[in-house]
Design a protein around this ligand. Sequence first.
Ligand code: XMP
Length: 516
Amino acid sequence: LVLVVDFGAQYAQLIARRVREARVYSEIVPHTTPVAEMLARRPKAIILSGGPSSVYEPGAPRVDADIFSSDVPVFGMCYGFQAMAQALGGEVARTGRSEYGRTPVTVTSAGTLLREVPTEHRVWMSHGDSVVAAPAGFDVLASTAATPVAAFEDLDRRMAGVQWHPEVLHTEHGQQVLEHFLHEIAGCRPTWTMVNIVEEQVEKIREQIGDKRAICGLSGGVDSAVAAALVQRAIGDQLTCVFVDLGLLRKGEAEQVERDFVAATGVSLHVVDAQKRFLDALAGVSDPEEKRKIIGREFIRVFEAAEAEIVGDAASHGAKVEFLVQGTLYPDVVESGGGAGTSNIKSHHNVGGLPEDLEFSLVEPLRTLFKDEVRLVGEQLGLPAEIVWRHPFPGPGLAIRIVGEVTQERLDILREADAIAREELTRAGLDRDIWQFPVVLLGDVRSVGVQGDGRTYGHPVVLRPVTSEDAMTADWARLPYDVLETISTRITNEVREINRVTLDITSKPPGTIEWE
Ligand code: XMP
């Protein structure tokens, strides 16, 4: 276990992911965690993350010096680097020379940390102050134009640090540097794999659920599918899955759940066809927030009714459903400030004469995993690639990719256009380079075109391919022109109602990924 101490910036999760990519298990702890508590978990190393830009900022979190006298290897990054320098007797100064973004760095003495890293390379910086003198016993390894001490290490004490952010993709050789620290300086063994996870979780789930029954809602997405498949592996047909077809999924996705997922897992599936109900509820509504609210509300009603039916049915056979399986991921756990521990949720039932507040215990087998790890677990479990490698898709589905009112006709048009875009992306082998590829139908906009010999007055669609690591920020994807051309030609040829294809070239921020 490696602990990543979070100083409140967005970087801690990324660091924890990179540590796991180095095949070492990691968890995040808030910087307010007492050092004794951290040490009680017997970490193999501690990483101090980035945080506020200056150790002099009022209220800037301090690092408890006990961390450094504990014999546990420590790695400081950015703010963590400065805090470490200061706590160990080095000097941090307000030089007035800030560095933000991509910055050239010069390796002056590679040591172990920067071994085989090119002398001149570019890293991602975000700091105002600089370390001007390393603590006693540390070797200075690199510098930049603004910072005389940009990296250091003390091999005897197994400590090191860099002023930059090795965890971000814009930093060249970042992963290499992190691995030098983990594997060579801290001596962590690269043993974290997904094979162990499946076995471990199956055991745990069996222990938790015993001979009781569980239910799980499937959304069509990766997380709920993998969670359900894991639980199915553990308890077989004590699990029942519920899939509500809102009619807002993309072409072929409902079939993938109803047919392919069941074939791959043997799960017992309860399908609710609620397509008409959702279309009726959405009729005449164009406001995005209103759409979201309606979908959320209707979904809960339909899901609870299905749940109640299954629970009631099981009860009439003398078996109680006590567990609800959820595909909660580690980032959700971190963001809600939670660590270990169990949670209970209440599910309200007002159908079928069941108790008002039936309580389920939660089963969350993915609570410690990041999305990329969940995908690997899905592969381990033999789920179809179309499900495991599916791009993230919003709960309200195509409804928030139709600007204007959602109608059956518009859904059909968008579904066809979207299917073409996805097909061509796959054909070009670009699925895994692209984070998400919404296709948006401008339902209330029309433009004049000419197709065949006649004037047309059709709808435009917007292609919105983006790259991202976590959906918090995103960039528009530079898809090759020939791929864009094929998509455009095919859509205007094959989807009669569309006579114009446009490309969204806005990053996030300022744009969001979805249009609504
Ligand atoms: P935005 O559009 O805010 O989206 O940049 C960020 C990520 O969240 C997804 N998204 C949603 N997911 N319910 C969801 O489950 C929603 O209402 C919702 N809105 C956006 C979006 O697809 C992207 O991955």
